[in-house]
Design a protein. Structure first.
Length: 80
């Protein structure tokens, strides 16, 4: 019985790892936005070069991360 549970757990871990790797790879190939999706301000070139696929300015990204951590603002910054 115990080996079955361990095998199942390992399968779940492997699946999660594959999903995370796929997610990171897709971000590496992504094109960065010139303007923030929330506030339409320009995203500095340094940020676009540093973070492949970036779509938000620093200020909006900080707000989005706060909302994700707290569970608030699921509809976006402007709709909270």
């Amino acid at each position: 019985m115990m080996p079955d549970i361990i095998d199942d757990a390992q399968k779940v871990i492997d699946l999660m790892l594959k999903h995370q790797i796929k997610s990171v790879r897709s971000q590496l190939d992504a094109v960065s936005a010139l303007f923030c999706q929330e506030c339409d301000e320009s995203i500095p070139e340094e940020r676009r070069l540093a973070i492949s696929g970036v779509s938000h300015c620093v200020e909006c990204q900080e707000i989005l991360e706060f909302y994700r951590k707290t569970g608030a603002g699921v509809r976006g910054i402007n709709n909270v």
